[in-house]
Design a protein around this ligand. Structure first.
Ligand code: CTP
Ligand code: MG
Length: 227
């Protein structure tokens, strides 16, 4: 297929502190990875690369088998690395030759609605090299040094980036091939190479499950609107 989705799920979930890798922590009776994959398989036809923690490939495959339906033959499971960036790089290595557009998605954004995927793909189809979903920043943001506020940052031109982030494959691959520093998201890495990254509307439900409070929020959302 022309499109691929790399689902990074290899993190250890230190902040969630649930006793094991975050991807396999339950939200309801299903895991974070299970819910994330459901969303991915709702998106348009794509190769799906699941990046799993070392030693947990079998568990990742179990979640794939439970969610992929007739798309099972388009799924690849690979092992991730010590950083998110290393995990994305492992996913990139597994892309099929015909893939031209790549979405990189955090498994931890398990409840991301399909519309977000559609908006990102539409931006790339319209000619963007890179596109990220984002939401306005709601908090008042301060720059701090030595425990003191040194500046109040105008939030009107700030957004919080989410995933899936979309890229033309050639641009993402060459940015990764040239990467020196560690970046916190793929858009930063591509922007550092001078590429323009366009912003599309994010969604509240695409929040990242990071802390125990986030897990409770995800659980509550599923109770209101079971998927
Ligand atoms: N991720 C990954 N490989 C890593 C680190 C992160 O694939 N070495 C993935 C996570 O599985 C997650 C996404 O990147 O889906 C966003 O990372 P984050 O929320 O920070 O997850 P963790 O790194 O697992 O959590 P923490 O930072 O609290 O340890
Ligand atoms: Mg992390």
């Amino acid at each position: 297929p022309r499109l691929a989705v790399i689902v990074v799920a290899a993190g250890s979930g230190t902040r969630l502190a649930a006793g094991g890798p975050k991807a396999f922590v339950g939200i309801d009776d299903r895991s974070i990875l299970h819910h994330a994959l459901r969303g991915v398989f709702d998106a348009p036809e794509a190769q799906v690369v699941v990046v799993a923690p070392a030693g947990r490939e079998g568990d990742a495959l179990t979640e794939v088998a439970a969610t992929a339906g007739d798309r099972l033959d388009r799924v690849t499971v690979v092992v991730g690395g010590d950083t998110r960036q290393a995990s994305v790089a492992a996913g990139l290595d597994a892309l099929w030759a015909d893939v031209e557009v790549v979405l990189v998605h955090d498994a931890a954004r398990a409840l991301t609605p399909p519309e977000v995927f559609s908006r990102v793909v539409a931006a790339i189809d319209a000619g963007a090299a890179a596109a990220v979903p984002a939401l306005p920043v709601v908090d008042t943001v301060k720059r701090v040094a030595d425990g003191r506020v040194v500046a109040s940052v105008d939030r009107s031109d700030l957004v919080a980036a989410q995933t899936p982030q979309g890229f033309r494959r050639d641009i993402l691959a060459s940015a990764y091939a040239a990467a020196q520093a560690d970046f916190t998201d793929d858009a930063a890495l591509v922007a550092d190479r001078g590429e323009t990254v366009v912003v599309v509307a994010g969604d509240d439900r695409a929040f990242k499950i990071t802390t125990p409070a986030d897990l409770l929020r995800a659980r509550a959302l599923l109770e209101d609107a079971p998927l």
